[in-house]
Design a protein around this ligand. Structure first.
Ligand SMILES: *Cc1c(COP(=O)(O)O)cnc(C)c1O
Length: 370
């Protein structure tokens, strides 16, 4: 009997555990130095000026939408193929999501579809670096600049990725990462928004902490106790022991991305000339390979056969607007035909840094037995 092979799994070593224990023994369990250190570690890694660690990737998306001023009546363009949280963040702020179709070979947001979706109410575009491959950020930037739109990167799949020699994190006005255990590096739950825009960073920082803005210096002047809540924020804080784990994990990220790329190369070679078609990989990118996705005929039958054999295949994603909640908002089937056709065929294969070569062979052999 084979053991279950998940599609993704965290990697925790003794160094990570020691880092968490050290944080637990320190004076600060939250809002302490480990949070700031993790923020500056991610900023240094991505080459960005400001990082805001929060309780999840979803909270980071929400903070970004809020900081950009998304409100009722505003439209934000989001790819049809992504995790629902990308679009939900728009709705949290009262905005409307306009779904753009994806490119058939990469499932990345299609810049032409973005252009066609723009209306006088459009305020922002969220590109999703699906599976870990950066979007066509040059094209998205041109469109955003031409129409005066904000550009946001949902890079929850793509930390460590690069686009034409530029790091993911620097390609949009705000970039969002998730540290859920299935992502490249984890804090258990957690996320971060990075930006080079000091004003956006300040707005996101206030949003993370109840919308309270006074600085320590101002409090000093006003008697030491005084603070002001100036807008409706949330408690989206993350703890110091989570951030200690994040900083420890980050040291291993580049090595893990190399392993993921090597595993992808093995899969690619095995599927050459078969009916199983891996998604395309663009020139000039460092793919972070959060997911390894193929298109296969008879996807549902293949899914069942793989799961029956203890292989944790998955499907990423159901086009967001096909979920019942979105259908009730009025979105209907047929909106993004490329995404819907892809959805019928896509299968996510196991891919994580601890996978062994013989596990790749086990997946490939079972998949090819059509
Ligand atoms: C994981 C993920 C999120 C949400 O991150 P959480 O940390 O789970 O809240 C958002 N967008 C995408 C594309 C993701 O993969």
């Amino acid at each position: 009997m084979n053991t279950f092979l998940p599609y993704g799994h965290q990697m925790i070593d003794d160094e990570d555990i020691a880092a968490v224990v050290q944080a637990l023994r320190s004076d600060f369990l939250t809002t302490g130095p480990a949070v700031e250190l993790f923020e500056s570690d991610i900023c240094a890694y991505t080459g960005t000026a400001h990082g805001l660690a929060v309780s999840s990737g979803t909270a980071a998306l929400h903070a970004a939408m809020h900081a950009l001023g998304i409100k009722e009546g505003d439209e934000v363009i989001v790819p049809a193929i992504t995790f629902a949280a990308t679009s939900n963040a728009v709705l949290y702020c009262g905005g409307n999501t306009v779904f753009a179709d994806v490119e058939a070979d990469t499932l990345l947001i299609d810049p032409q579809a973005v252009e066609a979706a723009i209306t006088p109410r459009t305020k922002a575009i969220i590109g999703v670096d699906y599976a870990g491959q950066p979007c066509n950020w040059d094209a998205l930037r041109r469109i955003a600049d031409r129409h005066g739109l904000a550009l946001v990167a949902d890079a929850c799949h793509a930390i460590g990725g690069e686009y034409n020699g530029r790091k993911v994190g620097t390609l949009a006005d705000v970039t969002v990462f998730s540290f859920h255990p299935v992502k490249h590096i984890t804090t258990g739950e957690g996320g971060m928004a990075v930006t080079n825009d000091a004003a956006l960073a300040a707005r996101m920082r206030a949003f993370r902490g109840h919308g309270i803005t006074t600085t320590a210096a101002e409090r000093e002047k006003m008697g030491g106790w005084y603070y002001e809540m100036v807008e409706l924020g949330y408690n989206y804080r993350i703890t110091d022991f989570q951030c200690a784990l994040g900083s420890s994990q980050l040291k291993k990220l580049d090595g893990w991305i190399e392993i993921r790329n090597a595993l992808a190369t093995l899969y690619d070679a095995a599927f050459a000339g078969t009916a199983v078609a891996p998604l395309a990989r663009r020139d000039g990118v460092r793919h972070a390979y959060h997911l390894y996705v193929v298109r296969t005929p008879e996807r549902d039958a293949v899914f069942k056969r793989m799961r029956d054999a203890q292989i944790g295949v998955n499907v990423h994603y159901i086009p967001v607007y096909l979920h019942p909640y979105y259908r009730e908002l009025g979105y209907a089937k047929g909106l993004c035909p490329v995404a819907e056709a892809a959805y019928a065929e896509i299968l996510t294969l196991p891919m994580w840094a601890g996978m062994q070569r013989d596990e790749i062979e086990r997946v490939v052999q079972l998949l090819e037995r059509q």
